[in-house]
Ligand binder design. Structure first.
Ligand SMILES: [Fe+2]
Ligand SMILES: [Fe+2]
Length: 399
């Protein structure tokens, strides 16, 4: 069974499961052959993904897969009602504001997407980023001792955070640039959530799917909540017992969210599969390609990006480490997702200032599709193609 995005549907594909309305009425039966009209209808129904039969699929194999991966439109669960995302940024944090947390995070009414900003980064947005980080840090700190409100607090945070991602120009830059955090797990969680959400927007996910993806990303490493700091990221020199403890964060995370009937299955799958790799080299199962849920594939890539940026060199945030790792990404991750991220990052880096090994500063004026070395312009106006000039190299990218 293949799970495809609506925009990738093609005439002649065969549905693997029926599409139901909110009352369980069949809108389109399983085994229906997709026509152009069906594709248009699915747009009206606002369906993000559709399960398609593949050659060799049997009714039994599909039933087994659907057990953990159902599509229903207009689901009226308590959670999904809470995720009816409004684009009005005045309401971004209404959930938090309505629950005595406004002193923690009050987004001013005048906060709106401002396309007239001269620079990509602005203090106000950094302030919001810092406040989100604060909330996650406080939640993790409190929940390490008392887990009762942990999941509830993260669910409440998913909506405002999804809206923040939706409404903030260049939001990925804040995650890549990041800021110092007292709690590494909280810093990592926020960065992975923002990178994941941004990729989902680039892939044109609807607001419902964005909200669920954001919650999945917020909870992806929740199984590490009680881990000692040295196990939050696994070092290359970790012992076997440290590795086993690290890998147990998947099962510990799942046990924290199971038993909640309203929890979308996509969230569970994101926690379960975010360390799987498209080539089968991941853990805990070693699932291959299409067996990994698309949300988990996105979070896996975001997780890797943050890991490379912050632990690759052991010297804090380093965009150069990330850029040098990008060609590897297509082997480890869904090629559609990694290509989308890499293309975005390439455009994002244009006009960015870099430091050269010889001490000069320069600006990126062109990034190649293949992410070879860029063409740069130095402060005296000289244009240099770093692929052709071998004695000049980049020391550091900055955001
Ligand atoms: Fe993880
Ligand atoms: Fe992670």
């Amino acid at each position: 069974m293949l799970r495809v995005q609506r925009q990738d549907l093609k005439e002649g594909m065969i549905l693997a499961e029926p599409i139901l309305d909110v009352n369980g009425k069949v809108l389109l039966a399983d085994k229906a052959e997709i026509s152009q009209k069906h594709i248009q209808l699915m747009q009206t129904w606002d369906i993000g993904f559709i399960c398609i039969r593949e050659p060799g699929d049997t009714d039994e194999s599909i039933a087994a897969e659907l057990k953990v991966d159902r599509i229903r439109i207009g689901d009226k669960s308590q959670f999904l009602e809470a995720l009816q995302l409004g684009i009005n940024t005045n309401q971004i944090l209404s959930i938090l504001q309505g629950k005595k947390k406004s002193e923690q995070f009050a987004l001013p009414a005048e906060y709106e997407k401002d396309s007239s900003l001269e620079t990509l980064f602005n203090e106000q947005t950094f302030d919001y980023y810092g406040r989100f980080l604060n909330i996650i840090e406080k939640t993790f700190h409190t929940s390490a001792r008392n887990k009762t409100s942990l999941i509830k607090d993260m669910v409440e945070l998913a909506q405002p955070l999804a809206n923040f991602i939706l409404c903030t120009e260049g939001v990925i830059g804040y995650a890549l640039r990041s800021i110092a955090a007292k709690n590494e797990l909280a810093r990592h969680t926020l960065a992975v959530t923002i990178i994941s959400g941004k990729i989902a927007l680039l892939l044109e996910y609807n607001k419902r799917d964005l909200g669920i993806l954001v919650l999945g990303a917020l909870l992806h490493d929740i199984g590490k909540i009680n881990f000692p700091p040295e196990i939050i990221s696994l070092s290359k020199n970790a012992s076997e017992s440290q590795r086993r403890l690290y890998e147990s964060h998947i099962s510990q995370g799942i046990s924290l969210v199971t038993g909640k009937a309203w929890m979308p299955k996509e969230v569970l799958l994101t926690i379960a599969q975010h360390h799987e790799r498209i080539n089968g080299n991941g853990f805990p199962i070693g699932f291959l390609g299409e067996k990994i849920h698309p949300f988990a594939r996105i979070v896996a890539l975001a997780d890797y990006v943050d890991h490379v940026m912050y632990t690759g060199s052991g010297e804090g945030c380093n965009l150069l480490d990330l850029i040098r790792q990008l060609p590897l990404m297509n082997q480890l991750f869904d090629i559609g997702i990694s290509t989308c991220f890499i293309n975005y990052l390439r455009d994002f880096l244009l006009s960015n200032v870099i430091q050269l090994e010889d001490g000069r500063q320069a600006q990126i004026v062109f990034m190649h599709q293949s992410l070879r070395e860029p063409i740069i312009k130095t402060s005296d106006g000289t244009i240099i193609d770093l692929n052709k000039v071998k004695n000049i190299s980049i020391k550091k990218y900055s955001l």
